[in-house]
Design a protein around this ligand. Sequence first.
Ligand code: ACM
Ligand code: ZN
Length: 475
Amino acid sequence: MKHSTLDILIPLPKDVILAEGHIALRSLDTLFAVEAGRGAAEEIHRGFEWLRLPVRDVASQADAKICLELQADMGKEEWRLQVTMEKITIASGSSVGLRYAANALSQMAFYASQCGTENAYLDCGMVKDAPRFDYRGFMLDSVRHFQKPQTICKFLRLLAVNRINKFHWHLTDNQGWRLPSTLAAKVSGHGTAEDGCYSREDLKEIVKQASELGIQIIPEIDVPGHSKLLITAYPEYSCEHKPTYEFCIGNPKSLEFIKGLYDELMELFPESEEIHLGGDEAVTDGWEKCPLCQKAMKDKGLKTMRELESDFMSELCRHIASKGRRPRIWGSCNGQVYSPDIMLQAWLDIREPLRIAPHGNKVVYSVHTSLYLDYPANAFEPQENWMFALPEEGVYMTDPYVIWENKVKDTIIGPETCLWTEQVPEWRIFQKVMSRIAAYSEVAWTNPAQKDYHDFCIRKATLATAGWNDYIASN
Ligand code: ACM
Ligand code: ZN
C-alpha cells in the first residue's frame, strides 16, 4: 500500500483525514510561530535545512506558509496539523505538542522529497493526534558504562523525537557513582568506565535541555542493594562494617546517611517530580547475621528481613514524599507490599501488575522480556547467556495491559523501556536503541487497535530510505 504523506508517520497518529489536493513542498518557505512555538520552529528549520529547503521566519500569520499556534482547549501533548493547498497550520495546547507536530511535518517532508524536492508535494488533509499513555519512559544506566554529558543531551533529543517524555536515569550502582556529592565525597567521581561523574554544571545543562524538550527526569539512587562502591568507601553503613552490596538496614545511621544523599539528589534535580529509590535485588544474608538488623526487626515487631527491608524503603519513601516529590521503587522481587502512594516499576514478569493492582499502587510497565533493550535485537549481537532475545517485533508486540486491560488499566500509568549498560559501552548505545526505539514509540503512543507490524515496517523502511534515521541520529 502506498502511503500518503499524512499516514507515513511514526508513531502512527490517532486520526488521519485525507482531503483532495496537494501543496508543493518548496512553497513552504515562510514560518510564523507564537512564542511557545520557538522550539518547534527550530525543529522545522533543522529538518527542512537538512533537505536543503530554506524557510524564513515572518512576523505575521497572514504572510506565513507554515503557522504554529497554541490552542487553549487542546491538551499539552495533543496536536493537530492541517495541510491545505495554501498552507500548513499546526496547533497544540503547549510547546511540547507543537514540537511533536513539527517533527511529524519533517517526517512528511522527508517522505515527500525522496526523489528530490523539485516535484515534492504534501497531501492535503488533517492529522489529529494525542498519546495513548501520558507516561512514556526510557531508562538509561549511566553507571555500568558512563556516557558523556554531550551524549546524554544527544540521547534526550532522540527520545523527544520518539515522543518519550520521561527519562529515568540510573546514576548509582555497585560499579560506580555518577553524581556530585558532598556527603559521598569519597566516591563522587569514581566509577568503572572512565571514572566518569557528572558535574553540577553538566547536570544543570542536562536538566535544562530535558525541560526544553518536554522530558521529565526521574533520577535514581539505588538502595539498599546495588551499593557496593559506596559501601566500600563508607563501610560503617554496612552490616558488621564489611564491604558488601547492601546497606545495613538495622542501623539508623545508614538511614540518615541515605536520606541526606536523596536530599542532595533532589537539589540537583529541582524539577523532578519523581525520585527513584531502586529497591531491587538486595540479598538478606548479611542482614540475617547482623545484630543491628536482628534487633531492628524484633523491636519493630517484624518477622522477616524482607519485612524490615520494606520498612526501611517505606521510611525513605516517606522522606521523599515529605519534600513534595513522588517516590518510586522497582517492583517487589520478593513479595513486598508497599503503601499505595509509592509508585512501583514492574520488571519481573507480565503478571506483576496483576499482583500489585489489588494493593492500589500505580505501576510503570518495564517487563524485561519485552522492554530491556540491552537484550540482543538479533542472534548475531554479542550476548550473555542470561539475556533473552528481543527483536524489534517483540518490542512492537508489547502491550502494557497484555490481555488484562480491565484489571490493570487503572494501575499501569505507562511503559518504560530500559537500557542497562553492562554490555553497552557509550559508542554502542545508539546502535542498541536505533534498532527498536521506533517500535517502542508506537507501544507508548499509538492506540493498540491501530497497530500493524507489517505497516510499521513499511513506514519505518520508507522513512529510513528517505534519510529520516540519518537525520535523527545526527541531531
Ligand atoms: C532490575 O533489572 N534489576 C530492575
Ligand atoms: Zn545490619
